[in-house]
Design a protein around this ligand. Structure first.
Ligand SMILES: Nc1ncnc2c1ncn2[C@@H]1O[C@H](COP(=O)(O)OP(=O)(O)OP(=O)(O)O)[C@@H](O)[C@H]1O
Ligand SMILES: [Mg+2]
Length: 376
């Protein structure tokens, strides 16, 4: 299979600083692919190498199976939309979009047709005769997109294109961009440091840190099956419990501080290894150990019941904080060994009646497959 874009062990060093470190990626035709990572992790540098503005120190880049090392930027079938999309202020919207084609001496009738097409795609046809200062931020951003789309690139590279917009407009543009991309079917490589943005828009995401790709997977897999502590932490919120793997027969059993035994999804990690158990707050459930009259229930028999009826394992704890946030309540629960975990419970139905106050003795329980063993 040939990919729209393929990076093979690509490294970029600036002097003795390695900005991109042996990155290999295979991006499919028509895919919405995101590079996600914190500031300075090498996202823009990776994009600039694909565009041809930088050349790799080592490794190879292929576009539709063809190595492009000798192809200058303007000959590559890619276009870039940057965060600071400077439009020409003295030209109309249509003039801005037409500019590139005019430079190539494309015939006027063809220019007009392609400009109209590009403006229709970004839903800006009615603004063709306005100047940039007469447009909102989101509209200017769409003109910048049209300016790239008018060249009919096979691959569109977008470097934090929504970074300058306010949150509400950014969310709206995320949906529009995603919809537009699936309509026109060209490959998007999208750079962002915003995990929610990447999850919302992407078919697949490569999570980067310090020049390396740590994991490359669809949003759901990244969230549900992170391979490392870094990825689990970067994407969403996670409870991390540090412990020692004491058994991995069937399920993984991890001892924390010599007291608490946590049971997790099967793992190939060796017994005795120091590991991290990751559990998402929304995968933890709480059961109050006080009945309606306020007397304490027997924790062990309830734990056995949860295991028998729901296949869940549990640990005793005490609610330390209850934070009501509308859709959910966040509970900070202290386990018997003083470790704290966060559980997030949805407030549906009459859940409000079941609100657990500070000091409430509880069982924290979860399905074993939702607790995952991570190595770093
Ligand atoms: N021309 C250059 N010369 C020297 N170092 C550079 C050059 N360009 C980038 N770097 C360094 O390489 C690293 C990666 O930079 P890059 O711009 O790719 O990061 P980024 O992931 O896009 O970050 P941000 O989210 O802040 O845009 C940074 O530490 C940066 O300082
Ligand atoms: Mg950047």
């Amino acid at each position: 299979m040939t990919y729209a874009v393929e990076l093979v062990q690509v490294t970029k060093a600036f002097g003795d600083y390695t900005a991109v470190d042996q990155v290999s990626l295979q991006i499919k035709d028509g895919e919405f692919f995101s590079l996600l990572g914190p500031s300075g992790c090498g996202k823009t540098t990776t994009l600039r190498m694909i565009a041809g503005f930088e050349s790799p120190t080592q490794g190879e880049i292929l576009l539709h199976g063809q190595p492009v090392a000798d192809l200058p930027a303007f000959k590559r079938p890619v276009n870039t939309v940057f965060q600071n999309y400077a439009l020409f202020p003295h030209m109309t919207v249509a003039g801005n979009v037409a500019f590139g084609l005019e430079m190539l001496h494309t015939p006027r009738t063809e220019i007009n047709q392609r400009v109209a097409e590009a403006l229709a795609l970004v839903r800006m046809s009615e603004f063709a005769n306005r100047r940039p200062h007469q447009l909102s931020g989101g509209q200017q951003q769409r003109v910048a997109l049209a300016r790239a789309l008018v060249n009919r690139p096979e691959v569109l590279l977008l470097d934090e294109p929504l970074g300058a917009l306010d949150l509400k407009l950014r969310k709206q543009m995320q949906l529009e961009l995603k919809q537009m991309q699936s309509e026109i079917g060209i490959t998007f490589i999208y750079v962002t440091h915003d995990q929610e943005e990447a999850l919302t828009m992407s078919d697949r995401i490569a999570v980067m840190s310090k020049g390396k790709v740590l994991q490359c997977a669809p949003p759901r897999e990244l969230y549900e099956r992170p391979l490392s502590r870094y990825v689990a932490d970067f994407i969403g919120e996670t409870n991390f419990l540090d412990g020692t793997l004491i058994s991995s027969n069937g399920h993984a059993e991890v001892l924390i501080d010599g007291i608490v035994k946590v049971i997790a999804a099967p793992s190939s990690v060796e017994q005795g290894a120091v590991v991290t158990v990751a559990i998402r707050p929304e995968k933890l459930n709480l059961f109050s150990l006080r009945d309606e009259e306020g007397s304490l229930l027997d924790a062990d028999s309830k734990a056995r019941q949860l295991e028998a009826e729901e296949g869940c394992v549990s640990i005793q704890g005490t609610v330390r904080e209850s934070i009501y946030i509308g859709t959910d309540t966040r509970y900070v629960v202290q386990l018997t060994d003083k470790t704290q975990v966060v559980a997030r419970m949805q407030n549906f139905g009459t859940r409000f009646d079941h609100y657990l106050p500070k000091g409430e003795p509880v069982l924290v329980y979860w399905s074993v497959e939702n607790a995952r063993i991570l190595l770093d």
